[in-house]
Design a protein around this ligand. Structure first.
Ligand SMILES: Nc1nc2c(ncn2[C@@H]2O[C@H](COP(=O)(O)OP(=O)(O)OP(=O)(O)O)[C@@H](O)[C@H]2O)c(=O)[nH]1
Ligand SMILES: [Mg+2]
Length: 353
């Protein structure tokens, strides 16, 4: 499963008018910051002049191609058309300004002909929200109005009417205003299952909804890992303390830490993170004792004896027992880590403020 995930090739492209936040978005979804090697330059318009592919820092098969902003004097449609092959992409984001321009429609027609999924994105809703007060409106009202205006335009247009629109902010602190969660749920629905799982695995946590989605994906994985552990332990060895089980479970816990951003750096400043102890080098000891408390000790002794006495019966029982103990241990760890992930997310995005 893990192998499958890291081998999935997913090619995204981001296109749209200049200065609509494309490069900023590409940095956001890869969780890279100024100074990082693959940080995409952002600016004040006409910033990205040539097509460039940016790899996900933890998975080189997931790429985001930053296309030059069109609709400016320097980047004309014909040039775009000649030098850019839209057919290679799995999904295309079309970034909008406050209005939909002919160039945007032109790209949609191209993508529809190719059968490539796409959506419109309008970024910078945080700026609109900030201005809301001056207009005597609430933040939510302003966002609603922008949505209504653009959606009316989309639904009234013969070629655009099935297109989806997402309003987002590229600023992490104000995610709670926009549609960043629904945007990625939409994309996941447009990709084949293996690709959408890979995306869920490698995307940074951009919303609490995403934490829930990651959790569901990981719970599905537990069935596989516990079956995997069971199959491995069916080689007649005492089941509970086999190094293979511990190794697998430890590896799985390490994935959770990575996916839920519970690594040392992220949790350092966050209060109330319960699973902090999992970060220590004692991970193996924690996993071993965790599994031992889940298992009923007398049962364990009995089973390991059966195992050596009657190998065939032993194999079946030991395999079953392992999956019975690994599954609850991992599910419990995962559920606890979910709450920690929410605490970390809220700490860094200030959703409570
Ligand atoms: N407040 C706010 N600023 C944003 C947001 N997205 C982008 N910006 C800012 O908008 C400016 C333009 O962003 P870029 O990411 O360079 O835009 P681009 O679409 O890549 O522009 P070109 O490369 O010229 O086509 C930068 O100053 C960004 O910091 C957002 O969601 N909120
Ligand atoms: Mg750019």
């Amino acid at each position: 499963m893990m192998m499958k995930m890291s081998n999935q090739i997913i090619k995204f492209a981001v296109t749209g008018r200049s200065c609509t936040g494309k490069s900023t978005f590409i940095n956001l979804v890869r969780d890279v910051y100024p100074g990082d090697e693959t940080f995409a330059a952002v600016g004040f318009g006409d910033c990205t002049m040539i097509q460039r592919e940016y790899m996900h820092p933890r998975n080189k098969h997931i790429t985001f191609t930053d296309l030059p902003g069109f609709g400016t004097d320097t980047v004309i449609k014909e040039k775009f058309s000649k030098s850019i092959n839209l057919s290679v992409f799995d999904f295309v984001f079309i970034f909008l300004d406050s209005v939909i321009m002919d160039d945007d429609i032109w790209v949609v027609i191209k993508l529809q002909a190719l059968g490539t999924p796409y959506c419109f994105v309008r970024s910078k809703v945080d700026i609109d929200s900030l201005n809301a007060k001056d207009m005597g409106k609430t933040k939510m009202k302003v966002v609603k109005e922008i949505r209504k205006k653009l959606e009316t335009k989309i639904s009234n247009h013969r070629l655009l009417k099935d297109s989806r629109l997402f309003l987002i902010s590229n600023k992490k602190q104000v995610f709670y205003i926009g549609d960043i969660g629904p945007l990625f749920s939409f994309i996941a629905g447009k990709l084949p299952k293996d690709k959408s799982n890979a995306l869920l695995f490698f995307l940074p946590i951009l919303s609490t909804e995403m934490i829930e989605k990651k959790l569901q994906m990981l719970l599905e994985r537990i069935n596989l890992i516990s079956v995997g552990a069971a199959v491995l332990s069916a080689i007649p060895v005492p089941f509970l303390d086999t190094p293979i089980n511990i190794f697998l479970v430890k590896k799985e816990i390490k994935y959770y830490i990575e996916i839920f951003l519970l690594d040392k750096e992220h949790v350092a400043k966050v209060p109330d993170v319960k699973k902090r102890n999992l970060l220590e080098i004692r991970l193996e000891a924690i996993v071993t004792s965790g599994l031992a408390t889940t298992a009923h000790l007398a049962m364990a002794v009995l089973l390991s004896q059966v195992d050596s006495l009657i190998p065939v019966i032993g194999i079946a029982i030991a395999a079953k027992a392992t999956s019975v103990y690994v599954r609850p241990f991992l599910s419990k760890a995962l559920l606890e880590m979910k709450y920690d992930a929410i605490a970390v997310y809220e700490h860094y995005t200030c959703t409570k403020h």
